[in-house]
Design a protein around this ligand. Sequence first.
Ligand code: TXA
Ligand code: MG
Length: 350
Amino acid sequence: MNTKIIYLDENKIDESQIKVAGEILHKGGLVAFPTETVYGLGADATNIEAVKKIFEAKGRPQDNPLIVHVADFESIKEYVLEIPNIAHKIMEAFWPGPLTVILKKSLKIPSITSAGLESVGIRMPANLIARELIKAAGVPIAAPSANISGRPSPTEAERCIEDLTGKIDCIIGGGSCQVGLESTIIDCTTDPPCVLRPGAITVDMLRNFDERIYIDRAIMKKPELDFKPKAPGMKYRHYAPNAPVKIVCGDLQKTIAKINEMVQNYMDDKKLVGIIATDETICQYLQGEVVSLGSRRHIETIAQNLFETLRSFDDMKVDIILSEAFDETGMGIAVMNRLKKSAGFDIIKV
Ligand code: TXA
Ligand code: MG
């Protein structure tokens, strides 16, 4: 398949190009596009054949439901049965933005989109290219992250191009994704609502609207063998670069010492080691391929750079990746959730 590649500037969107891409979606084709979280791989959420193609292009397991993206508040009413009060409040507060709200779905959302569930995740992205594209398509857009299943989500157009060229109709490049981690998912089909995936909209921010909101405990732990998470996607190996990842966790000076010791051992075995460091610590690693995610004082920057850094280690063809850990507070919860999954929960405590 010939993949059309379009580059757009979010601040000066070329409407004629958006129209072309919107038409592809409207006709049942696949278009990858930027959002503020990660790049998405879109199809008409109401078109069974189109949605099927998403699963095929990504190699995604069929039991993993897709998030439906909308461009305005009005249109969601058609796709859900009810909007509880609390859902109303948080959508009003955080949309457009990096938050997915799970609601009871209407019959207009086919079962393939929700992977057989009675609910549907809905999100209104903040990125203007994304919203203009959804408007141009004239249909709600089902969009998982635009990566081959299992790999770290793309936060740069080049990564979509790498994963999906030849497999989809069109890729819209629109620069780096600002947030860098996928949207927070909150399930509002239960009372109190429950956070199924942490993200930039933190649990503390959500609790301002209902202090009973809690985070599904299961998602921060290593899944048991028979684990059935409420967000089916959370059970799969995820965000994984080619090389295994190990996280060293504990006092920062002890972490650095431990990583340096491990690097030496791997190098003795002729292994190429990648190190995920921070601005505060990078000088203390004397060997290995060291990349800083940014300053520990800006967890948002760390989040923004995480997936791209994991992917850059694939380019460097490292044999093993060692990472520092981050405090599990605020957005650090989301960062550690993705990092632990990329490591398959291989954590060394110091
Ligand atoms: O930021 C994002 O949400 C990005 C961009 C493209 O919008 N999309 C994204 O989609 O991360 P994806 O498919 O990579 O992750 C969707 C997650 C999966 O873990 C899935 O199981 C969960 O959302 N999910 C979707 N619908 C659900 C539902 N009805 N109930 C529970 N979990 C659901
Ligand atoms: Mg994904």
